[in-house]
Ligand binder design. Structure first.
Ligand SMILES: CC(C)(COP(=O)(O)OP(=O)(O)OC[C@H]1O[C@@H](n2cnc3c(N)ncnc32)[C@H](O)[C@@H]1OP(=O)(O)O)[C@@H](O)C(=O)NCCC(=O)NCCS
Length: 144
């Protein structure tokens, strides 16, 4: 498995992963183009042989990083790839002088919440009925 920064030619693979994972933010081709061109953004992808099978998208400003999107292709679930991707974001923010990494996750998204807790995130807030006026959004943060 290789982890590297994503480039424009990865966009079709990134879109395919988010479409296969409805819990991902659905950015589509235009959204990914915007993200990859954004100076405060970093997107890493996981590559198995020649195939992109996962990603994490981060923005970083004023000492705080925020994970905006994470996804792993269903066929590669539960092999530690999501953990590796989130750890890449954590290490990068630390190495660039960041003090905190935050994210927002659906309260019912048990697999993602478990992953974030496993790598050291704690719940720091909640937005009640944030998603579709129904599901709460948990704000999670990792500080060091
Ligand atoms: C969440 C997601 C990125 C996890 O990717 P992954 O590569 O399968 O995760 P990992 O293999 O690194 O798993 C790490 C931990 O997460 C938890 N986890 C992952 N998948 C899980 C599942 N289906 N059920 C319960 N816990 C799960 C476990 O605690 C796991 O540790 P363990 O395998 O030692 O028990 C992936 O399921 C995904 O793409 N989900 C849809 C998109 C999404 O929800 N993104 C986050 C939006 S905020």
């Amino acid at each position: 498995m290789k982890y590297r920064l994503a480039v424009l030619t990865d966009i079709p693979a990134l879109v395919a992963i988010e479409q296969a994972q409805p819990r991902c933010a659905q950015w589509g081709q235009t959204g990914w183009q915007t993200e990859l061109a954004e100076k405060s953004a970093r997107v890493w992808c996981a590559q198995a042989e020649n195939r992109v099978i996962g990603f994490v998208a981060l923005r970083f400003a004023a000492d705080i990083g925020e994970i905006l999107n994470v996804g792993v292709a269903p066929a590669f679930a539960r092999r530690g790839i999501g953990t590796e991707l989130v750890n890449h974001a954590l290490i990068w923010v630390r190495e660039h002088g960041g003090k905190q990494l935050t994210l927002e996750v659906g309260a019912c998204n048990n697999s993602a919440v478990a992953l974030y807790q496993k790598v050291g995130f704690k719940q720091v807030g909640v937005r009640k009925k944030f998603y579709m006026g129904n599901e709460d959004a948990l704000i999670m943060g990792c500080t060091w």
